[in-house]
Ligand binder design. Sequence first.
Ligand code: GLC
Length: 552
Amino acid sequence: MDYKKSVIYEIYPKSFCDTSGNGFGDLNGITSKLDYLQTLGVNMLWLCPFFVSPQVDNGYDVADYYAVDPRYGTMEDFDNLVREADRRGIGLMLDMVFNHTSDQHVWFRKALAGDPYYRDFYIFRKGGADHTPPTNWKSRFGGSAWEYLPERDEYYLHLYAVQQPDLNWENPAVRQELQKVIRFWMDKGVKGFRFDVINQVSKGAYRDDPDGDGTRLFTDGPRIHEFLKELNANSFGRDPAIVTVGEMAATRLESCYRYANPQEKELSMVFSFHHMRADFAGDQKWVLAPVDFPSFKQVVFTWQSRMAEHGAWNALFLNNHDQPRIVSRFGSEGVYWKQSAKMLGTLYQLLRGTPFLYQGEELGMTNGHFPTLSDYRDVESLNNYRILTRRGLSPDDALRILAKHSRDNARTPMQWDDTPKAGFTDGTPWIGVNPNCKTINARAELADEDSVFHYYQRLIALRKQYDVVSDGDFQPVTAEDDGVFAYARTLPGETLLVVCNFYGEDYTWQADRTLDGFRVLLGNYPAAAPTGQSIALRPYEALVLYRKGAQA
Ligand code: GLC
């Protein structure tokens, strides 16, 4: 699949479409919506894990990499999904969670039972004196990254939940098992793989991090490039059509030059997250802070320019199942809801890289804004609520933070129609439906030419139609102007100019060039072709301009 022309759609199966009535979305639900996805124009679906799992982390705790969890359906349902997607020119990308397994995985059960072969599949260490864990590393979900096993008087490492023990990649038998998993799914007709937190698998030395929580020690670790090259050579690299993306938590730009450069034979592209921290207070997620637009823009521009200089390819996104909804975060839920949703889509989809959109983004779905603790399901959110209130924050203040930053904001059921359960299920949904499905839903948007859905459809078509979108160079435009997000994509004799007003107020943009000769390819307001050197932008206005001809 030509990943430069592709647009990939992420599905969180649990919240997409339930055909069995058990309150969880399922594989047949995805199959039933393939026509909808084809109408949207996407050509690959990234499916979050649907493998057998106790669901402590919604399937990112895998107990069997080779089997479909019964709550999502059967292997026949999966084979049928592959076939039906293929008929529509849509490929499937599966989510490979290889940094850790579930504690219910047979490898971990055997390791705990003392089997020496499987013991070396995980990371067991003795603690220090007075019951101190082997290192001061913190779990991504709060608390120590080491769990004590009293019966053995030792600890095991879990960078995520206690029920997600980390695999020991230093053991070649582990790496071979994981290669086998990929080959199994390739044989089933899978066309892509997303690798979960893959840049944390090479841990380096197990020592204290005097200035931090260990992140810098186990991120982009010493053997990571070797491990990826080996995985590539022994599995997906055997078929050049396979598309891969690595989730690179807290990564370094310099590491990504290698991860995502085709000559290195590691991955097709990478997700990085620095641009998603524009509303964090420093590095801290569980504190409320306003959006720092200049820093957001600077991070995106730096990654765009530098990755291109090093021949590396970006995965582009503003939403996923771990991020609150972008329209609630950087845009507006008020009068400019629709304009801001369209503006944010324009801003990132036309950058250099492969865009990923997340279910419901094409409808402008907003945060769940759950009012009570019992509405939450996410292990990270619940752990951090406990940590915040133990530190003395009032329950109300802690809930206010969750309402903005919890991952559950993005995990509410897909809004198919305006009925109370949004057309997601006939049963009891596993997590609450956003009541705004009354107005924000697929049925209504399909019927409205001016909807966010139809705008996304046009955006997606631009990448297929214009080589300057898929292949053009990236150039920042008026980078120092903090009112707008503007950039150009160029090929010899062609320029695409994207101008986005990031704010809910009018703003007059002074361009760095004449705009004569540009025509409007797309915009979220009715707009005439510009002339001269300035444009009066309306609140959250986005304009996509195009000119053929010599001058850039
Ligand atoms: C990734 C996944 C996230 C999961 C974590 C642990 O960040 O996207 O949902 O909780 O890895 O597997």
